[in-house]
Ligand binder design. Structure first.
Ligand code: B12
Ligand code: SF4
Ligand code: SF4
Length: 299
């Protein structure tokens, strides 16, 4: 194995990452992202249009970039239907942005030792994470739009490291969705079409990202979803197999959250909201949006 790759794999495993893959930063991404934005599927996420040039050209994010290193980090797989309603599995514990930022900084240091210059991201950067993860052979992009692995399914975060180092690249893997369409059938709002999730219809968008209340047909479909949605992952047969991976306990739901009913959550304001959701990714939507989710749902 290439010595830098070996050092990277050891360091990543020690930090709890469960997969490492490397893609060529110059791989053309096709026009799917552009089409997504031109046809309005990004809904009110205007930052997606602003990020488009950098997303399509990693050189604008890190001059001299040669490779995109993609990593996977598991989040809990247990049922998301808990006392407060349905909270997407990825958001039940500590904020992953903070948790992974420290680990990515450590990997950056390892790569600096070999002469690399890096930029690291998870979720919030101008990087097409699913695209590069698929290119890096970590899984395939399923009909639910998510990256899926044959061993371990899709319940994981992606993190990315843009680097100037010229590491050997991995090969993409074939798509194993076959004739299955379970995710499309399971989606409560019909948001999935041609392997793409239209944010204008996605409960994850409306309960987390949107700055405005959902239209009546989406609100009617919200039911027990309090924050995010996992329906298209729950339906996927690849998520039914036991996971070979360990879960970081920081990402498990706290007992306080698990025991609090939506009616009590709706009473949180200002300081009490900040205190209750300190360190949680749910904090970022604020008390008003949470109250609106509770009012629209059926708990
Ligand atoms: C915007 C966004 C959302 C939006 C829009 C969803 C969407 N349609 O992408 C909303 C808020 C709705 C959302 C919801 C969710 N999200 Co989100 N989201 C993102 C974000 C920030 C950008 C995704 C994006 O650009 N989408 C637009 C599409 C067109 O672009 P793309 O997904 O990158 O697709 C590229 C490739 O996949 C490729 N491609 C796709 N299909 C094909 C086919 C072929 C043949 C080819 C050549 C290329 C190709 O082309 C595209 C252009 O490069 C990423 C993080 C990131 N920076 O990438 C997380 C991310 C995709 N989300 C993630 C998660 C976990 C979720 C949720 C499960 C959260 C939840 N439980 O509520 C849901 C799932 C919804 C779904 N089914 O997609 C994870 C996915 C992990 C995984 N296993 O795949 C990511 C990677 C965040 C992370 N770092 O972990 N999300
Ligand atoms: S996250 Fe929920 S609403 Fe969005 S595409 Fe998946 S099943 Fe549909
Ligand atoms: S549910 Fe079926 S079609 Fe959808 S992503 Fe999983 S395997 Fe693919």
């Amino acid at each position: 194995m290439h010595p830098i790759r070996q050092a990277l794999e050891y360091a990543a495993a020690a930090l709890g990452f469960t997969g490492v893959g490397v893609a060529d930063a110059a791989t053309p991404q096709g026009n799917r992202l552009q089409e997504f934005i031109e046809t309005g599927k990004h809904a009110g996420m205007e930052w997606m249009a602003r990020h488009l040039p950098s997303r399509l050209n990693p050189e604008l994010v890190l001059p001299g970039v040669r490779r995109v290193i993609m990593l996977t980090y598991e989040y809990p797989r247990q049922d998301s239907r808990t006392a407060p309603g349905c909270i997407a599995r990825y958001a039940q514990g500590e904020d992953y942005h903070k948790l992974l930022a420290g680990k990515l900084a450590d990997l950056d240091e390892t790569l600096q030792f070999y002469g690399g210059t890096q930029r690291t991201f998870t979720d919030s950067g101008p990087v097409s994470e699913r695209f590069f993860a698929a290119q890096a052979g970590l899984g395939w992009i399923g009909r639910n739009g998510l990256l899926i692995r044959p061993r371990g399914g899709s319940y994981f975060f992606l993190a990315s490291i843009l680097t100037t180092l010229e590491l050997p690249v991995d090969a993409p893997m074939p798509n194993h969705c076959g004739n299955c369409h379970r995710c499309e059938t399971a989606c409560p709002t019909g948001a999935l079409k041609d392997g793409c999730c239209d944010a204008r219809r996605c409960l994850s968008y409306w309960t987390i990202e949107s700055k405005t209340p959902p239209p009546p047909d989406i609100a009617a479909a919200q039911q027990e979803h309090l924050y995010g949605c996992d329906a298209c992952q729950e339906a996927c047969p690849w998520n039914r197999l036991p996971s070979p991976h360990r879960i970081d306990p920081h990402l498990l739901m706290t007992a306080t959250l698990a025991e609090t009913a939506p009616a009590q959550l709706a009473e949180l304001t200002g300081d009490s909201f900040e205190h209750f959701f300190a360190g949680s990714p749910i904090r970022r939507i604020g008390p008003e949006h949470l109250r609106s989710n509770i009012a629209n749902g059926n708990f």
